[in-house]
Design a protein around this ligand. Structure first.
Ligand code: 5AD
Ligand code: FES
Length: 366
């Protein structure tokens, strides 16, 4: 198996059979070798630095009805909320003081947030925090809309593809959502010039080894700057309430594979991974991840953004999470830095673009 791992590191490619072997149960030695090679590659490009992104879950209204998600439209038990622009700006202010230089605006697909409202908000965040990156994670929109938001100053966009396999996509989503539209959105975002993140849930109902191999092929083709993966975790008010969840072991394995596939990728150890395993985020960092996305949302709304059950950090203040994470990261031998944490091959390009100035911040330790 070590020869296969070496081949992946060297060529960023494997045959389907080799991917399948790497995703099947492997020996503890092979497991260790895989994570060591992933860490080696991660350190080659990003050193010991861990980037933090301040996640602001600004609305849980959503017009979609994905079967796995706790804020789906038909969940009458979800207590809906929407933060005001002032509340969002105040989250950014708190985050800035804590050392965040990236803010991620994440929400359901909420018609209230028109291009005009979002552009104003992005411009105001950029005016107040010129040295910060703004990431959007607000689902499928038209190419024109993505263009306007980019022109307003948004730097990055997260849109998980969830699964590339069409039949599997249809198992996870109602017919009104289309697999091809989701992929089109990702291509549009890339073309516009965003740093783009896609990704999938691990262990979602109906996911096969073959689905995962296809997902890895999409990553090879799209070459996203970021990849967000986390275990599927059932949410009690969804049609998938009784389904089995994904495992931390498989998620961690995929993190290493993705690091070797896309050496420069920005790869978070996600909150979902920390939810199913108390050491999940540390394990993720030690398997090749280099990003953490703690929550900056006001504590009073956190429990309402319940995509899945038992989500961690819903009772903590942002400052508490940063302290907690700093200690966790330190235990791995890595360190959280105050930095925008741009994708390494995009960084120069971003600084050269005068219409979209993004001064580099110091990589000082927190
Ligand atoms: N378990 C794990 N992840 C989930 N997401 C949504 N619902 C769940 C769940 N039940 C993920 C999806 C989505 C991201 C914002 O959260 O991948 O893209
Ligand atoms: Fe939030 Fe540990 S990261 S409490």
């Amino acid at each position: 198996m070590q020869a296969v791992i070496d081949k992946l590191e060297r060529t960023h490619n494997l045959s389907d059979d080799e991917f399948a072997a790497l995703l099947a149960p492997i020996s503890a030695d092979d497991e260790k070798y895989l994570s060591q090679r992933a860490c080696h590659v991660r350190e080659k490009y990003y050193g010991k630095d861990v980037y933090i992104r301040g996640l602001i879950e600004f609305t849980n209204y959503c017009r979609n009805n994905c079967y796995y998600c706790g804020i789906r439209r038909d969940n009458a038990h979800a207590q809906r909320y929407r933060l005001t622009a002032e509340q969002i700006l105040s989250c950014c202010h708190t985050g800035y003081q804590l050392g965040f230089r990236t803010f991620v605006l994440q929400g359901g697909e909420d018609a209230y947030f028109t291009d005009e409202r979002l552009c104003q908000l992005i411009q105001e965040i950029k005016r107040r925090h010129a040295d910060c990156a703004v990431t959007l994670s607000i689902g499928e929109r038209s190419k024109e809309s993505y263009q306007r938001l980019f022109a307003a100053g948004a730097d990055r966009y997260l849109l998980r593809h969830e699964t590339v396999d069409k039949a599997h996509y249809e198992q996870l989503h109602p017919a009104e959502l289309s697999h091809s539209h989701r992929l089109q959105c990702l291509r549009d975002l890339k073309e516009i010039g965003y740093q783009v993140g896609c990704g999938m849930m691990v262990g979602s109902p109906g996911q096969t080894l073959n689905c995962l191999i296809k997902d890895l092929r999409l990553l090879q083709e799209l070459q996203p700057e970021m990849v967000g993966i986390g275990p599927f975790i059932p949410q009690h008010d969804t049609p998938f309430a009784q389904e089995a969840g994904g495992t931390a072991a498989m998620t961690v394995r995929l993190l290493s594979i993705i690091r070797l596939l896309l050496p420069h990728v920005l790869l978070p150890a996600t909150t979902a991974l920390g939810t199913i395993d108390p050491k999940g985020r540390e394990k993720g960092l030690l398997a090749g991840a280099n990003v953490l996305m703690p929550n900056l949302s006001p504590t009073e709304v956190r429990k309402k953004y319940a995509l899945y059950d038992h989500k961690i950090c819903t009772g903590e203040e942002a400052a508490e999470c940063v302290r907690c994470l700093a200690a966790r990261v330190e235990s791995t031998g890595y360190k959280i830095v105050v930095s925008r944490g741009d994708h390494i091959t995009k960084e120069g390009l971003y600084h050269a673009n005068q219409s979209h100035p993004n001064p580099r911040t110091d990589h000082k330790a927190i």
